[in-house]
Ligand binder design. Sequence first.
Ligand code: NI
Length: 266
Amino acid sequence: MGLVSRRLSWVRFNVFIDSHAHIQLSQFDQDRQAVIDRATLAKVETILVVGFDLETSQAAIRLAETGDQIYATVGIHPHEAKDCTSQTLEDIYQMAQHPKVVALGEMGLDYFRNLSPELVQKEVFEQQLDLAEQLNLPVVIHNREAFADILPILQNRCARTRGVLHCFSGNVEAMQQSIDAGFYIGIGGPVTYTKADDLRLVAQRMPADRFLIETDCPWLAPQFRRGKRNESAYVTAVAEKIAELRQTTAVEIGQVSSQNFRRLFL
Ligand code: NI
């Protein structure tokens, strides 16, 4: 009885959502269920498992089928844009019919690593935004050193496209422009990094109804685990840092961002 009621109270007080995780990857093959259980114990109620090519999108769906609190996205990352054919997009469209798929992505532009030519990245990004519009699904956007090109694309589609700029890395002005274009701001582990003063200012000033919290695990572990494998439970460290910046509690940040998550995706 004691054990059962304690478990129920955990469920009732679940407050955090990891809005961007890649726990379908092989880095979690040895202990995936333990990672999910640790998230639950840390009151991380829901995990959005994000695909970035056909294989990882399919794996995200398979994982989402195993738990009520796990959802999936399907999409083609800018790194993979060079291999994206019309058949790939048709496959994404078909996968997006699955009831646990709540968004397309991650998609976007990456001019830092430039693993696909810029023009190809743009074309595949626009094609996926078209798909999202047809499907009436929000999008998860990856940006690295490409905000100047991403912003006008989003502005052009302002009334028709909604979504999140995941792992936001811009300044306060870029944050405001993104929100004006109809987007949410995804805050991850980097907000805890020693040199991330710009990002901390964003976290301080962003409107309460327009941000999400995320891990991007296995990458971008918060400062106390920096360089090691990240996991969904550590989204609480992101909430704690934002709470400190906004002079409120981590629970409050969790509840507000979870509400935002549900408005955007569910
Ligand atoms: Ni990611």
